[in-house]
Design a binder for this molecule. Structure first.
Ligand code: NOJ
Ligand code: CA
Length: 568
């Protein structure tokens, strides 16, 4: 027996162990030799919209703290809080004006410390959102940078001369509309902003910027955060020669020519800085989650780093772009993820994209479809990141007219681009006024579905989406095969039923998802996949019918999910 396998055996024999890190430190691992985040379920909280403790209509840190019992009972292990730093709120927090404080609208640093302590008591870790690409134009660094061409902080941002009167330095466009350059008449130069003009890009080629940002991360590590979700990492570097991006046919939603963003996105230097951030994270045993929009799995793979020394959790955001649920499409994607290696990180919704309930619902089976989607991405190998309200089947709501829009891109791009308000509406806690989110006037309207889709009503209904999520999360926690098991696809030609087994040593859990609007009878080819036993026991079912023993020929209701244990 090799030395390595003896170590692995010893690790498996204990519930929790330590594995050596470079530098002599010890990294905590569980019975399967995994770090905490690999078997955790993360939950994204959009703080403005989660729970309002002081009734000013905007959610806050004390509101989050008051809901930790709910989150613990739900079965999640970590929350990622989108930015709650001081901010003029042009991009609702993604325009940070001080990286080392809390915006008064969300509370104080003392409230944050209280949240950390309370979360710990509930077995929940806190992940902060870190916005490295840009600051607010109200940040003191930018004020200094803008004050004069001779400012010691001039080079902290990207300032360039125009090509002539009213001619920006090149053809780069902002993803939020228009040129990515804004002219500053006082100093006669343009600054670069990939997002809003109020979000100037930092110059990551300047070592002082790197140092300042690493210090900001350390500030929060010292306060006890377990890691960061890194915003917009692929926009950190730009071509120093500012070459024009090649033009593509057509215009974007804001009426500007489409371009192929090869000179201002995904530059190789991004990986160097990810490695630097990882080194700092490793000093604190912290995890880095990346906002990594990619076109394919190979691109995503790069963010783990050639030596797994970049992001532990680059988000697979590709499923959010699937317009429809489909067995063959998911099967193909998961197959690609599995063959690429790396620890997968699945996401189906977040604060920038139409909620999965709305995106994948067919208007007839929406609640059932929400359960099928949950059963799929919460039983796969990897870590899942939920979005608040997904567990109760919240759907997108509004804006219904341009006047109602709060997200600036919705005003600029109306009606082609309506902005992101619809997926950010207040959490639906109960049937009380404003869905129990606030006694005041909520900053965004509450979706009318709160009367049926809310935490209180769904807690009382054994067949609710919420209780289905709870069952899945409990199962994920308790079944080693679901945490760690190998993914084995079944019945790969079935156009309607996506089925797979998660196998770990002698144990196996089978997941069957009918992703179609009609009933399906499926004969599971278990023997072919190497499972001689045909004795199956229902662990979780989305069906309202009582659980009963099943055979390898499954009769599945439209849009339904079954999780079964295969007897050894
Ligand atoms: C991605 C964030 O998720 C989004 O909400 C924000 O507008 C941009 N990055 C800019 O920070
Ligand atoms: Ca508040």
């Amino acid at each position: 027996m090799s030395k390595n396998s003896i170590v692995a055996g010893l690790l498996a024999a204990t519930m929790c162990a330590f594995t050596p890190l470079a530098g002599g430190q010890l990294k905590k691992v569980d019975a399967e030799g995994r770090e905490w985040w690999q078997h955790a379920v993360f939950y994204e909280v959009y703080p403005r919209s989660f729970a309002d403790s002081n009734n000013d209509g905007i959610g806050d840190l004390n509101g989050i703290a008051s809901k930790l019992g709910y989150l613990q009972r739900l079965g999640i292990n970590a929350i990622w809080i989108t930015p709650c730093y001081p901010s003029p709120q042009i991009d609702f927090g993604y325009d940070v004006s001080d990286y080392e404080n809390i915006d008064p609208m969300y509370g104080t640093l003392a409230d944050f410390d209280h949240l950390i302590a309370e979360s710990k008591a509930h077995g929940i870790k806190i992940i902060m959102d870190f916005v490295p690409n840009h600051t607010s134009d109200q940040h003191k660094w930018f004020a200094e940078s803008k004050s004069s061409r001779a400012s010691p902080k001039r080079d902290w941002y990207i300032w360039r001369d125009g090509q002539g009167p009213n001619q920006p330095p090149n053809n780069w466009t902002s993803t939020f509309g228009g040129s990515a350059w804004k002219y500053d008449p006082a100093t006669g130069q343009y600054y670069y902003h990939y997002f809003y003009a109020e979000q100037p890009d930092l110059n990551w080629r300047n070592p002082e910027v790197v140092q300042a940002m690493m210090d900001a991360m350390r500030f929060w590590y010292h306060r006890g955060v377990a890691g960061f979700r890194l915003d917009a990492v692929d926009t950190l570097y730009e071509d120093p020669d500012l070459k024009d991006n090649p033009l593509l046919p057509g215009n974007d939603k804001f009426g500007f020519p489409n371009t192929h963003e090869i000179y201002n996105k995904k530059l190789p230097e991004v990986h160097d800085i990810m490695r630097e951030m990882r080194k700092v994270a490793d000093e604190y045993g912290a995890v880095l989650i990346g906002e990594t929009w990619t076109q394919n799995v190979a691109q995503l793979r790069e963010y783990y780093g050639e030596r797994n020394d970049e992001l532990q959790m680059p988000m697979d955001l590709m499923m959010t772009e699937f317009k429809q649920l489909s067995a063959p499409v998911f099967r193909e994607h998961i197959g690609a993820v599995e063959s690429a290696g790396g620890w997968p990180v699945f996401v189906i919704s977040n604060h920038d994209i139409v909620r999965s309930y709305t995106r994948w619902g067919d208007g007839v089976h929406n609640d059932d479809i929400a359960k099928v989607a949950a059963a799929m991405y919460l039983t796969l190998r990897g870590t899942s990141i939920m979005y608040y309200g997904e567990e109760i089947g919240m759907e997108n709501y509004g804006p219904n007219s341009k006047d109602e829009v709060r997200d600036p891109i919705g005003r600029r791009g109306w009606p082609l681009e309506k902005g992101r308000d619809g997926e950010r509406t207040p959490m639906q806690w109960s049937t009380a006024k404003n869905a129990g989110f606030t006694e005041g006037r909520p900053w965004l309207p509450v979706a009318p579905t709160y009367t049926t889709h809310n935490v209180a009503s769904e807690t009382a209904d054994p067949h609710s989406i919420l209780n289905f999520y709870r069952q899945l999360l409990a199962l994920r926690r308790d079944e080693p095969a679901l945490r760690e098991g190998q993914y084995v696809p079944l019945n790969q030609d079935d156009p309607n039923v996506f089925a797979f087994v998660r196998r770990l040593r002698g144990q196996a859990v089978l997941v069957a998802l009918n992703i179609s609007g009609s009933g399906q009878t499926v004969k599971l080819d278990l023997a072919k996949a190497g499972f001689p036993s045909a004795r199956l026991k229902v662990l979780v079912s989305s069906s309202r019918k009582p659980l009963r023993p099943v055979s390898t020929t499954l009769s599945m209701e439209p849009y339904s999910a079954l999780v079964l244990k295969i007897a050894p």
